[in-house]
Structures are given as structure tokens and as C-alpha cells.
Design a protein around this ligand. Structure first.
Ligand code: SF4
Ligand code: SF4
Length: 199
């Protein structure tokens, strides 16, 4: 193994798609919408803090709707997991359009004491069995991580704008209407040809 790779292979156990809530960014939502033709109303839900295990209340992407926090998530079933999971095969049915978070799981970006990029490891605190009979190059994972970081920053800014709006009958889904209204340029979303990470 060279210094620029991390050993991992997904064995499609299904854990990350059944036991973990998937939190897409607006860019993920737009990509899913564009590539699959699915309506965001059919694949998104808005969760309250007690519906997310270990909810991080410092996350800047909590929507504020009349004082109630909501987090945008992919719809899921408590038993069968993400609605996009094909339970007969444990494969993602929107694989080419899946969120960046899904592509990056279970990789963890490592930095040195000067916050300089060191490489990738496998997260210790996740339920993935972390099979190591495959090889991933750092390069595509790094590009994906940087794209996700930018998307998360922009997501936070959009949420800030949404949260500052006060009007009657405000609903969590109004946030989706806001970012699908053509106000933002989504041309540079990650396409189907990136390095695949998870199922
Ligand atoms: S990889 Fe696909 S099935 Fe799994 S959580 Fe992501 S979108 Fe859902
Ligand atoms: S990425 Fe890990 S947890 Fe997710 S399906 Fe593959 S082996 Fe299972």
C-alpha cells in the first residue's frame, strides 16, 4: 500500500443506510431531483432533535421555524432505513445521485497539528465493519471532502437567511422552496463520475 491510499471495501452490509439518518445538503437534493426526476417532497423529511440520535445542536444547519428546530433529512423507515435503499440487495437505488455524505462514509480526513491535510483513515466511532480488502486513492476523496466542505458552508449561509425570515404559517419545507426557486446556481454539483465510497 502506498502512502496515498486507504484500505477499505464496502461489503454492502446496509448498516449506514438503515441505522444512520442521512442529512443531505441542498446541492444533494438538487442533484437527486435532477438525476432521478424525484420530487423533493417525496424524498425529504424534517426531523426534530429527539428524532436524531446524538443530535448536534451546534450544527449551523438547524432550521428555525417559529422557535422549533428542524433538520432536513432523507425520508426513512425505522426498520428498513433510507427510502432509497433497495432492501432486497442492500444497494442504493440512486447510487449515481446519492449525497456526498454517503460517498464519504466511512472515511475520515486527517490533518496535522497545523491543520494541513495528512490523509484519510476510517472513522472509529461508526458502525461500519470497515473491511480493508479494497484500496481508495486519497485524491478523489480529498476532492469530495473539499466539495462537501464548501457545500456545508453555503448550506449554513442559506439556513441563516431562512431562519431570519419571519412570516405567518412558516413551514420547514419552505426552505426547500427557497433553494429550488432558481435563486442559486447549482451547475457545479458533483456528478456521477466521482470516486464511490459507500454502497
Ligand atoms: S447511500 Fe443511498 S440508500 Fe444509503 S443512505 Fe445514502 S441515499 Fe440512502
Ligand atoms: S459502507 Fe460500511 S456500513 Fe455502509 S454498507 Fe458498506 S460496509 Fe456496511
Amino acid at each position: 500500500m502506498s502512502n496515498n491510499t486507504v484500505n477499505f471495501k464496502c461489503h454492502s452490509c446496509g448498516h449506514c443506510c438503515t441505522d444512520v439518518v442521512c442529512l443531505p445538503t441542498p446541492w444533494d437534493v438538487r442533484r437527486i431531483e435532477k438525476m432521478t426526476g424525484a420530487n423533493p417532497e417525496d424524498f425529504l423529511e424534517f426531523l426534530e432533535p429527539d428524532e436524531i440520535d446524538g443530535a448536534d445542536m451546534d450544527d449551523p444547519t438547524w432550521l428555525d421555524v417559529d422557535g422549533q428546530p428542524y433538520m432536513m433529512a432523507l425520508k426513512r423507515d425505522e426498520k428498513t432505513g433510507c427510502n432509497f435503499l433497495d432492501n432486497s440487495t442492500n444497494f442504493c437505488s440512486i447510487y449515481e445521485a446519492r449525497p456526498l455524505l454517503c460517498r464519504l462514509y466511512p472515511f475520515k480526513l486527517e490533518e496535522d497539528e497545523n491543520e494541513k491535510f495528512k490523509g484519510f483513515s476510517l472513522h472509529e466511532d461508526v458502525g461500519c465493519p470497515k473491511h480493508q480488502d479494497g484500496v481508495y486513492e486519497f485524491g478523489p476523496l480529498y476532492d469530495l471532502s473539499m466539495q462537501d466542505e464548501l457545500n456545508q458552508e453555503d448550506y449554513s449561509e442559506l439556513v441563516e437567511i431562512f431562519n431570519a425570515k419571519r412570516y405567518e404559517n412558516k413551514e420547514p419545507f419552505d426552505f426547500v422552496t427557497m433553494f429550488t426557486s432558481g435563486l442559486l446556481n447549482f451547475d457545479e454539483t458533483v456528478g456521477a463520475d466521482d470516486e464511490s465510497a459507500s454502497v
